[in-house]
Ligand binder design. Structure first.
Ligand code: ASP
Length: 322
């Protein structure tokens, strides 16, 4: 039987609701009773790494989590890892782990939309489905996976799409890569590539802004006044911005601060198509870096990681097209 490391970090999956309907972290993780019933799937070793609501997660904590996973897997020879996490920033932790880990065992991140004592609580079921996935030979080599609601998604493509529905995690445009059933785990897609970056620290500061009609350079200039290493901007559609934003961006570029462009549309990639002022073609000519379908929050983490390796514009552009 395989041995799986279950690392808890907190989130609703580890919380309880009181009589007034307030949901808060619980001193003892309520998943312990579920874990006792998992012995038919795998031997489970539990690491109570954190017990935080996921809005309290930071890139620094995510980085420590990645280090902890690497240490534990190399020391104890685990066959797989499951991480329980709050759903609000789950996709960010999962994606950062995807960028930082290059393990020969499956890594699965899960959470829950309903706390442990709510009717229809989804945490125990998601944990069981994640354990089955982490124990599956086929889950190896697919990057960090997200398992909720019996669906298996990649960290790169998944996003939280609904505030409360248990089917909140979706991969717009690409869909899940597998399904968990009562009988087992079925994969129907394999990601074509996996990138990983060996970095020893994660201290770069990157801001994320969303474009809106009538936006000008005020907020960009305000950000430029802070200690910042890079900016990600969620542009319109195929990658266009209001013209009044351009002077602020140019001032940042003049200071060698990289600007990465994603789209605020949920599907598709940004391209240098439109040649009007603020259009993608002009932005590309200015030196803005284009991406290939990442959302803003993931592009921000990727820029933080990439900036620990290089500040070279051409190298950053290559990294963002992977
Ligand atoms: N606010 C909670 C958290 O992310 C939501 C959840 O876990 O589903 O910690």
């Amino acid at each position: 039987m395989k041995t799986i490391l279950v690392l808890h970090t907190g989130g609703t999956i580890a919380m309880r609701e009181d009589e007034q309907g307030k949901i808060e972290p619980n001193a003892t993780n309520p998943l312990y009773s579920t874990i006792e019933s998992l012995s038919t799937i795998a031997n489970v070793v539990v690491d109570d790494f954190l017990n935080l609501p996921s809005p309290h997660m930071t890139p620094a904590l995510m980085f420590s989590l990645s280090q902890r996973i690497k240490e534990q897997v190399s020391k104890e020879n685990f066959n797989g890892v499951v991480i329980t996490h709050g759903t609000d920033t789950l996709e960010e932790t999962a994606y950062l782990l995807d960028l930082l880990l290059d393990l020969h065992v499956p890594v699965v991140v899960t959470g829950a939309m309903r706390s442990s004592n709510e009717l229809g609580a989804d945490g125990p079921h998601n944990l069981i489905a994640s354990l089955k996935t982490a124990a599956s030979d086929e889950a190896t080599g697919k990057g960090v996976l997200i398992v909720l609601n019996d669906e298996i998604h990649t960290a790169k493509n998944v996003t939280k799409t609904h505030t409360s529905n248990i089917a909140t995690f979706q991969s717009p445009q690409y869909g899940p890569i597998g399904t968990v059933t009562k009988r087992g785990v079925i994969f129907h897609h394999t990601p074509v590539r996996h990138e990983s970056y060996a970095i020893t620290k994660l201290e770069t500061k990157v801001a994320l802004l969303k474009a809106y009609a009538g936006m000008d350079s005020t907020i960009i200039d305000a950000i430029a006044g802070t200690e910042i290493d890079g900016l990600v901007i969620e542009a319109f559609g195929q990658g266009n911005l209001p013209p009044a934003v351009v002077p602020g961006l140019q001032r940042l570029l003049n200071r060698n601060i990289p600007i990465v462009l994603v789209s605020r549309s949920v599907s598709g990639i940004v391209q240098d198509t439109y040649a009007y002022e603020g259009g993608g073609r002009k932005l590309k000519e200015m030196g803005v870096i284009f991406t290939n379908g990442l959302n803003g929050q993931k592009a921000r983490l990727k820029l933080m990681v990439a900036l620990e390796k290089t500040k070279n514009h051409a190298e950053l552009q290559t990294i963002f097209l992977m």
